[in-house]
Design a protein around this ligand. Structure first.
Ligand SMILES: O=C(O)CCC(=O)C(=O)O
Ligand SMILES: [Fe+2]
Length: 325
């Protein structure tokens, strides 16, 4: 096993997140994970997606320029500053796009001159991501473009344009029907992890829809290991199946269907990971020890139908669940 620790080059990320006080708030998921982490009990992580239906992984999807755009924009937005001791999460919400805001007949583009088109009151612009900051719009647009052709059309639609059904036709019984129902507003969560921090294992809340994207940012080649465990393990199985996947900066993980609903994901709280050297070489069992740097993750998901409506009966019943989003 070789050792790639020792480099202190967190580059952008360190200058960005200069706070030295990023301890988790007591009782936060990070704390729980830290307390339960058993030293030395971790396994060697893969660099390739495990065989979990609905889990897709692109280790180097995001360009270096996009990564630094995200990191510096997050710094500029001041989500994680020294003044707010211990803050390591920020949530962003995008406005719902009302279904009635479709172009009316009289507002269809005049041939050849898009700029002259009149906008209907409240109509969503194609490029409008419901009030999200510009850097998020850029990130989502880039993901949408890059994933076009890399994932099948159905998944692409689920991630970027879930089908809208008219209100009368909606049945909000279970989030698993999200693909056919109205998903309108997006929620983003930014998580900042200092070395040693993790996230307890969880299934994302049912108030969120299907099709979740998790993008990782940090110093080049740095990352964290995420572990996946089945929610209901086979009672007769001799040992719990755990898949460990290394998420480097610039990677994108997509969870949908079974991976989203039937598997838990979490990040063991520790300062370094053991990562397989070369997953492509079956004969090569060697691993590298990778020290963790500071990691920023951006999780992008849709609110499930009714999940953004306070007091809505389905929203309430869907609201119970594990603490991490
Ligand atoms: O930080 C990550 O990559 C995971 C975040 C996550 O699972 C969540 O917020 O639900
Ligand atoms: Fe999650």
């Amino acid at each position: 096993m070789s050792d790639q620790s020792g480099s202190d080059g967190d580059g952008d990320t360190d200058s960005l997140f200069s706070s030295s006080s990023l301890s988790s708030a007591p009782g936060s998921p990070r704390d729980v994970a830290a307390q339960t982490a058993e030293e030395g009990s971790f396994r060697i992580a893969s660099r390739r997606a495990p065989a979990v239906p609905g889990l897709l992984f692109f280790p180097d999807l995001l360009s270096a320029s996009l990564c630094s755009d995200v990191v510096s924009s997050v710094a500029d937005c001041g989500y994680f500053t020294d003044e707010v001791v211990g803050r390591n999460q920020a949530m962003l919400f995008a406005r719902a796009r009302p279904s009635e805001c479709r172009p009316r007949r009289d507002t269809i583009d005049p041939p050849g001159d898009r700029s002259k088109r009149r906008k209907v009151e409240g109509e969503a612009d194609e490029a409008d991501h419901g009030g999200l900051p510009a850097w998020v719009t850029r990130l989502i647009a880039e993901l949408e473009r890059k994933l076009d052709g890399l994932v099948d059309d159905e998944l692409h639609r689920l991630l970027f344009a879930p089908r809208l059904r008219p209100p009368a036709e909606r049945t909000s019984t279970h989030a698993k029907t999200d693909a056919e129902t109205a998903l309108r507003s997006r929620q983003l969560i930014l998580n900042l992890y200092r070395p040693g921090e993790g996230l307890s294992s969880h299934v994302d809340l049912m108030r969120f829809g299907d099709g979740i994207m998790l993008a990782s940012f940090g110093a080049p080649q740095r990352g964290v290991v995420m572990e996946f465990t089945r929610v209901a393990q086979d009672q007769h199985a001799e040992q719990t199946i755990v898949h460990s996947l290394f998420l480097p900066s610039g990677s994108l993980l997509i969870l949908s269907g079974e991976a989203r609903y039937d598997w838990k994901h979490g990040i063991p709280a520790r300062r370094f990971d053991l990562v397989r050297d070369d997953d492509d070489d079956d004969d090569d069992d060697s691993a590298v020890r990778l020290e963790r740097g500071t990691r920023l993750s951006v999780t992008i998901r849709w609110m499930g139908e009714g999940g953004d409506v306070v007091g809505h009966e389905d929203a309430d019943s869907l609201a119970s669940g594990p603490v991490p989003g």
